[in-house]
Unconditional design. Structure first.
Ligand SMILES: Cc1ncc(COP(=O)(O)O)c(C=O)c1O
Ligand SMILES: Cc1ncc(COP(=O)(O)O)c(C=O)c1O
Lengths: 399, 146, 399, 146
């Protein structure tokens, strides 16, 4: 595994050694159940609340209790959608989600849409942005919940969350954002954004897999999704994953501490990547290139005349790890719904390449990717029976 | 979704890539909207496939199945070649992930079309039977269970 | 923390060092997303499937795919109840759960009961057992799901699952069992038991917190509970917690390997505890004493004239960790629903003491508990304004 | 649900435990079904609480609030003693977990009943006002938010 050039940090990240070190005592020594009254339990409860305060402080929550620990981004998204929509026994109303949400938001929305709620998918524009005026036009008097992700996991565009939340509140609905890709990577202040709920995932920020959190503003009515022993202030049952939660909080602290230096470094790597790739691969395009507000670490390309998986496998043979479409759905054959939502033609969507850099990426990694990619693309294009046609269409279109 | 070693070997070193310029038969299947396009050209001698080449735009399985089908068909009587089934192709490759089984259809269909094209050029009756993927609106993914 | 005499293994267990060691490489080195196509992802997928096979083999599942990894016992229970009850869009039917289920089963059942389903709670008898004839009498033509836990987490009685499942199937319903307390501790064979679904939790078997699994027999229709990327064969979305799942599988392997020696050892410790406690504390009683099928490691007592939390805090002052009621609900003030369900009077239920032994318990620990408990009980009884009355009632009742 | 150090100190070393045999006033509150029972006996001199003892069956908070209320009341005029509120008790203890606030009611109610019992024995009017927990069917937990 060692010489892998890992360029898929948006799919998952290695846990930072400092995160693992922070977790270790909680496996074998400080193993109490945070709900037990005796010393070992109280010690666990204190550590749990410290982790909660760390997260609350990082996202500028008004109160630590606004942070609920979960098993990851997916559970947070599911809990937010179901929990807010059905709070107080509500069984109907209008829900608005952007069309390029992660499936962990889309699927619960569609589920609700089949059971009494009405769901509208809001299209982003070709710049990869959900525009507040489009949201304002789609909001209705009976809209109860709007969910628009903060940073898109495939194309890396950042959404104008504060404006979207404001527009939502003007019509009396609640606003949730899936921040699985943005927490720790850009400044994330729930009060400045004015949001009601947000989802986070630990394994995207060098924390452990199977961890995450849901921010839920005080006063937001919520029906718990996992039910049972009543942990997490009765909002999420299940014995708390203390090592995991401590790991998540530690990971976030590290992200916050290193961000001032890390953001320009990652941005530089990404820009180098974009420049080199577009310079060396004919007809390649950066998706949602017009967007100025973007995550520092994600770049998504369309490489016409090439199929994504084949490209990925050739790069893999050179020990380069990148992705095409989102990791979760790469078992599927459908082209990315994200790319389609921003107007990318289906035939090009099949040839997308997502590169995401991270803590351990170097310039040499980026250069190695480019060096390896050029002959791979050339070879695949030469095997493509339609490439001449594609080329004619492309140059005709561009000419 | 793991590919077998043999799939990876054919994907990495595909056999018989290219186009036979003066081909006796040409088969084209798939469409770019589905993500897979394949073109097979054959040289036929005495109703036997003397030479065969392919070009494929598609995933690892699409390329590997194209490659293996050309290997299997080379030297075969055209009557036998059109009988190669998607399961023959898959098992020759040591199996395919379920989500990728449709790729084998493309490969065998491409070959069938090439054979029928050769027959047609010589005024003979087609022998390949129905070839669903010749229809440009055909989506092989719809065959999948999910 | 070091000299704690930990006697609350039913609440949670320390992770075994061997479990932690097995997990470690998956945090920092083998960190791939199991859904990614490249080598790092394939390596993760292979490790994940190995862990799945380990669990499947241990429970004698017919196929590894029958094991779905989850975030713990609570999620497994929730998913089983909701997923089986509402499979295929079903929105009504009769659900039977035992009255002494864990809240992670009871709460989803009650939720379903408020939304179209009819829920009956089946009472165990005073021996702490749900009797198959009682189940047979409660089953109806429209019963769709029965859920009876395998081993009760408070009183440690084992239920006749094979008979209960058979009775259930005779009436065409499906059978789920919450085996969070029994997996690894008694032989658990899903085919011999003839069950359709079972819930497991990692942190009860020296595995990591925040891990667990759901066994789902092939052919059982199921609506996924966590929705999104479609992981776990589309039955449980969310990036898999690979270190956690490997830890869970490792923990189970260790339980299985050590059980032949461990079961008699734990049984011996428990019997010593029961003998000594009943011998030294006047009027103390073992709950569900008649049950012969019981977990080796749990004993639950009623100590009349004493309130549980006060007893627990005094023991805690002597660094002994035990529990009163279940850990999850010890934040609550209600007496244990489990004790009430087996006919324990409310005033005695407030004075329950659960002691659960485990891998690191010694005879000295048990003896220390008894030695410490005797004066604690004496002191609390002397402060009890009603103790004379209680005593009179007890001796009158017993005479 | 963490107890303050002061709660734990009073729980571990409760003050004024016991029964005054020739008490001037007795207050009993709570019932075993709720889990908390408390009995306060007082010795009154010149309408001032000269001595006070308690017995409590109950949780850590029940014992600690009983203990602190006897310390607070000792030496107090009965008119002032009945004014001790549950919040006074809780804050004297450095706070109580929300789920345990009802325990302070029991402690103050026990004291109120003891004072009224003393007054009644002397044919005087009660001054404590309504004491909800004197009703044997009263469940203090119902005060909780959940
Ligand atoms: C935007 C977004 N939301 C949700 C998720 C799901 O998070 P998790 O993998 O922690 O379940 C992911 C990553 O997979 C993501 O990128
Ligand atoms: C019988 C039983 N079911 C379910 C659970 C919940 O499991 P977890 O703590 O892993 O969510 C527990 C333990 O808390 C239990 O004892």
């Amino acid at each position: 595994m060692e010489r892998t050039v890992y360029l898929d940090y948006a799919a998952t990240t290695p846990a930072d050694q400092r995160v693992v070190d922070a977790m270790l005592p909680f496996f074998t020594e400080r193993y109490g159940n945070a709900n037990s009254l005796y010393a070992l339990g109280r010690d666990a409860a204190r550590a749990l609340e410290e982790a909660r305060e760390t997260v609350a402080l990082s996202i500028n929550a008004a109160h630590p209790d606004e942070v609920i620990f979960t098993s990851g981004g997916t559970e947070s998204d599911n809990a937010a959608l179901f929990g807010i929509a059905t709070a107080g026994g509500r069984s109907s109303g209008h829900i608005l989600v952007s069309a390029f949400e992660h499936h962990a938001v889309l699927e619960p929305a569609h589920w609700l849409g089949k059971r009494g709620f009405e769901v509208t998918e809001l299209m982003p524009r070709t710049d990869g942005i959900v525009h507040p005026e489009d949201l304002a036009a789609a909001l209705r008097d009976d809209t109860v919940l709007v969910s628009v992700m903060h940073g898109n996991n495939e194309i890396g565009t950042l959404q104008p969350i504060a404006e979207l939340a404001r527009a939502t509140h003007e019509r009396g609905a609640l606003f949730h954002t899936d921040a699985a890709q943005t927490l720790g990577k850009v400044d994330f202040d729930v009060q400045a954004l004015g949001i009601d709920a947000a989802s986070f995932s630990g394994h995207k920020i060098y924390g452990p897999k199977g961890t995450g959190a849901l921010y839920l503003r005080k006063g937001v009515r919520f029906a718990p999704y996992l039910m049972g022993g009543g942990q997490e202030g009765r909002r999420r049952s299940g014995t708390q994953n203390l090592p995991g939660n401590v790991g998540f909080a530690t990971a976030l602290t590290l992200m916050d501490a290193e961000r001032p230096a890390e953001t320009p470094r990652l941005t530089g790597l990404r820009d180098r990547l974009v420049g080199e790739l577009l310079g060396h691969i004919e007809h390649a395009r950066l998706n949602a290139a017009e967007a100025t507000m973007r995550l520092p670490h994600i770049a998504n390309f369309v490489i016409p005349g090439v199929e994504g998986e084949a490209m990925l496998l050739h790069l893999d043979a050179a020990s380069i790890a990148v992705s095409t479409g989102s990791a979760c759905s790469s078992g599927s054959l459908k082209p990315s719904h994200v790319l389609l939502s921003i107007g990318c033609p289906v035939e090009f969507a099949h040839g997308s390449l997502r590169v995401s850099v991270g803590r351990f990426t170097t310039e040499a990694d980026v250069d190695f990717l480019i060096r390896t990619l050029v002959p791979v693309v050339q070879r695949l294009r030469s095997m493509n029976p339609m490439y001449e046609k594609t080329l004619a269409a492309l140059t005709g279109q561009q000419g | 979704m793991l590919y077998s070693d043999k799939v990876m070997e054919h994907f990495g070193n595909p056999r018989n890539v290219g186009v036979i310029e003066d081909a006796d038969g040409v088969g084209e299947v798939g469409n770019p909207v589905c993500g897979d396009v394949m073109k097979i050209t054959i040289k036929v001698n005495d109703d036997r496939i003397d030479d065969i080449r392919f070009q494929t735009l598609g995933c690892g399985a699409a390329i590997a199945t194209s490659s293996i089908v050309t290997e299997m068909a080379k030297g075969m009587a055209i009557q036998d070649a059109v009988k190669i089934s998607k399961n023959d192709v898959a098992s020759e490759l040591g199996g395919l992930p379920p989500a990728k089984m449709h790729c084998s259809i493309l490969a065998t269909d491409g070959l069938k079309l090439a054979v029928d094209d050769y027959l047609k050029k010589h005024g003979r009756e087609p022998i390949a039977g129905e070839v669903k993927s010749a229809d440009p609106t055909f989506d092989p993914h719809e065959d999948d269970e999910h």
